[in-house]
Ligand binder design. Structure first.
Ligand code: S3P
Length: 770
């Protein structure tokens, strides 16, 4: 029990739902209510929701230790006056908790001030962001507040205990409590609730005023109906809210008028680039904010995220998110010719360079996966007009090397390390400030590896997470007062992301930026810069750029991603009587480590149709079943196959003899600690392996002559890592039992359509949505 006696004033939808929730959860020993409408009181007593009720506060309030006002905004003043009298009469103590549920807060505080003279110490203004189109006692729902936000306004006059008690009450009925000051609350609600309601009423009024209004309404399509749904709400209530929140609402309305005028101008001038930019930004922002606030991937349907059915003041941040799983029944043979999606690394860079170039860049084969979409969104947020993606086609209206604008909100990179690290380089060199955030997995990955050398170039940036991790806060050169300068940086790890970050920052730096890598890493940045007409000097492992040049738009054809092809290369090698051809896969020599390693293990791989697409070599890869043998993986091949090790571990488990990997410490800081997470999963499926500091030793269970099962069944956790999820799917080709892989939504970061493709060639993957 939280309270001795709760008194609810007003048994409308919110008051009655709260009463029911308190009763169902037994949060108060006694529950009483006040309502001017006698039938509501009668029904509430009959339904057993309250113990006692009246139309007068004085008849029921005695002994209450908590009073909640759930009356229209205009009526709160009169109720406060009654509560004050009840205190003076000694019916309740002066420490009694007093709270409300009103949509506006300043006017409630003003009314309390007026009624009490001095604000009571138990007074806590609050606002549940929940509602429904129905109203009244009979529409009540005990679960109305579950997974919805509750805003508490902390006043100086209120005791911390009172705030804690009201917070506990709302948490106990399922709400998530957030704190906000009064002015901020009113401003936020003016934008997110009051302005949209006002516009809905206004549009219906505008159309109703037309002489031919019957025709207009008769032919009104879904858009009008959806947009004006909320104009069916109670006019008196909205009248009161608009007046009560007048200053904040007028402010929001003035700003709205400016935006409308801008839109009008763009249409008047037929300024397609700007108009498309504005509409595209708005469309993606609608999705983006939902995903950002819930920390979910982009491809998760927004309707699943926002509970739109009953919620009129819906916040996009209110729902919880369960994880999806693959349930894979063993299969033994796969066959077919397939195409895998576009290369992730190249897709990222096509958006970055296209945005910074002068002119229009057309990209085909773009990977419509979460990671590359995060890059696309970031550049939209910085004012770049980007059309698409549609069937892999993207059109980027470049803004030139100095044309980016500051984003109004933190840039959200989802799960994508490449976006965060490469953008750090670009943004460290801009005149404006930026903040970069990511999901739970990205927020654990090391960012000092880019922050440190960028600081040496003169940048000001902070990794504000717990251990040199995101969010990254970057100060622009306008505030810092100086440009970046070129440095020579000896990279401690062979990381294409670090290399690319510094080369990109070097485009704006004074003088020459030189990066020396300990081993070769993927060179897409160098290749694409050249394609965009920017001079890059490459001498062995040393790469240099001079700052101050420009990029010229060009067309980019993105080849298929060899990192995605890798799953099917291993699949066909370990499965019985199998043959798979994967068409037009990128064969950049800095990416083909997977082919070299598999060949050393005895895989049967051949290439055909070798050609060039957009400056990158491509080929069809054909892989046939083979008897693999364990090897010691040459360290020089590690950076060239860095993303393919999870699936190579599956190959090693099916091989005859031991496979030893060293020099692969980097695997510990990918989307997950890929050594530890793979070792756990392999052990779970019955394979012996030993984790070392910089690698792993796997005891292959192959017999060198058959394709007998080497894995058992079991449950695997992906740890938000797409490549872990896909690798263990491949293991099902040599498993005795069902493998369930939990947390597979991140597969969409790099390989949308993976499950469908796997099933097409003969695997057996069912997806259970979370
Ligand atoms: C990438 C580089 C690699 C790779 C990542 C993509 C890139 O990371 O693992 O998936 O596009 O530059 P590191 O450079 O940090 O090894």
């Amino acid at each position: 029990m939280l309270f001795e006696q709760v008194c609810i004033v007003g048994l409308g939808l919110i008051g009655a739902s709260l009463a029911q929730a308190i009763r169902d959860r037994q949060l108060a020993a006694k529950l009483v209510a006040v309502d001017r409408h006698a039938p509501s009181i009668k029904s509430a007593i009959e339904a057993g929701v309250i113990d006692k009720g009246s139309d007068s506060l004085f008849e029921v309030v005695a002994g209450s230790d908590c009073i909640i006002l759930a009356v229209p905004v205009k009526a709160v003043g009169a109720v406060f006056a009654d509560i004050n009298s009840a205190m003076q009469q000694g019916l309740i103590t002066t420490a009694c908790l007093i709270s409300d549920v009103s949509s506006t807060k300043q006017n409630v505080v003003d009314a309390a001030q007026k009624a009490f003279g001095q604000l009571p110490t138990g007074f806590v203004p609050a606002h549940p962001i929940a509602g429904a189109e129905q109203s009244g006692f009979h529409a009540r729902r005990s679960d109305l507040f579950v997974n919805h936000s509750l805003i508490v306004c902390e006043l100086k006059s209120t005791t911390p205990k009172a705030i804690a008690q009201i917070s506990q009450l709302w948490q106990s009925v399922g709400a998530t409590v957030m704190k906000m000051d009064v002015a901020h609350h009113d401003a936020v609600l003016a934008y997110t609730s009051h302005l949209p309601h006002l516009l809905a009423f206004n549009l219906v009024e505008q159309l109703a005023d037309h002489d031919d209004n019957m025709d207009i309404f008769r032919y009104a399509a879904g858009g009008f109906r959806d947009f004006t749904r909320i104009a069916a709400s109670d006019p008196v209530m909205w009248h009161d809210i608009f007046i009560a929140n007048k200053p904040a609402l007028l402010n929001a309305l003035d700003e709205y008028s400016q935006y409308l005028a801008k839109l009008r101008r763009l249409i008047q001038d037929e300024d397609s680039t700007q108009l498309l930019g504005l509409l595209g930004r708005a469309q993606s922002a609608r999705k983006h904010f939902g995903h950002m606030l819930t920390g979910t991937p982009y491809t998760k349907n927004l309707t699943e995220i926002s509970n739109t059915k009953t919620n009129t003041e819906n916040s996009m941040a209110t729902s919880t998110h369960a994880s999806s799983a693959y349930i894979i029944t063993p299969s033994s043979t796969i066959n077919g010719t397939i195409a895998v999606p576009g290369d992730k690394s190249i897709s990222h860079r096509s958006i970055m360079f296209g945005s910074l170039a002068e002119g229009v860049t057309r990209v085909s084969g773009f990977l419509e996966g979460e990671d590359a979409l995060a890059t696309l969104q970031a550049f939209r947020d910085m004012g770049v007009t980007i059309e698409g993606p549609e069937n892999g086609n993207v059109v980027i209206h470049g803004v030139g090397i100095n044309g980016l604008k500051p984003s109004r909100t933190p840039l959200y990179m989802g799960n994508s390390g490449t976006t965060m690290r490469l953008l750090s380089g670009i943004l460290a060199a801009q005149s404006f400030d930026s903040v970069l955030t990511g999901d739970a997995s990205l927020s654990k990955r090391p960012m000092e590896r880019v922050a440190k050398p960028l600081r040496e170039m003169g940048a000001t940036l902070q990794t504000t997470g717990e251990r040199g991790t995101a969010p990254i806060s970057i100060t622009g050169s306008d505030k810092r007062g100086s440009k970046l300068h070129g440095i020579t940086y000896d990279m401690p790890v062979a990381s294409a992301q670090v290399k690319s970050c510094l080369i990109l920052a070097g485009l704006w730096a004074e003088g020459k930026t030189t990066v020396i890598q300990p081993e070769i890493s993927r060179d897409h940045t160098e290749r694409m810069l050249s394609a965009f007409g920017y001079d890059v000097e490459v001498e062995g492992n040393t790469i240099s750029v001079e700052g101050g040049g420009k990029l010229t738009a060009c067309d980019i054809a993105v080849p298929a991603d060899i990192s995605s092809a890798a799953f099917f290369m291993v699949a066909a090698s370990i499965a019985k009587d199998s043959q798979i051809t994967i068409t037009q896969v990128g064969m950049n020599p800095t990416r083909t480590g997977i082919i070299d390693i598999l060949k050393l293990m005895g895989a049967d791989i051949s290439l055909s149709n070798e050609t060039f697409v957009g400056g990158e070599p491509v080929a069809d890869i054909t892989i046939k079943s083979a008897q693999l043998k364990g090897i010691t993986i040459p360290e020089a091949l590690v950076p060239l196959a860095i993303d393919e090790f999870p699936v190579l571990f599956v190959a090693a488990s099916c091989a005859q003899g031991q496979t030893v990997l060293t020099g692969a410490k980097e695997l510990r800081v990918k989307e997950s600690d890929r050594i530890a997470v793979m070792a756990d999963g392999l052990t779970q499926l019955g394979v012996d392996c030993t984790v070392t500091e910089d690698g792993i030793i796997i005891e292959g269970k192959g017999d060198g002559q058959s394709h007998q099962a080497v894995f058992g069944g079991g449950e695997i956790y992906s740890h938000h890592d797409h490549r872990i999820a896909m690798s263990f799917s491949v293991a099902s080709l040599r498993a005795t039992d069902t493998i369930t892989i939990q947390g597979v939504e991140t597969v969409n970061t790099s390989f949308p359509g993976f499950a469908e493709l796997a099933n097409k060639i003969g695997m057996n993957l069912a997806t259970r949505q979370g």
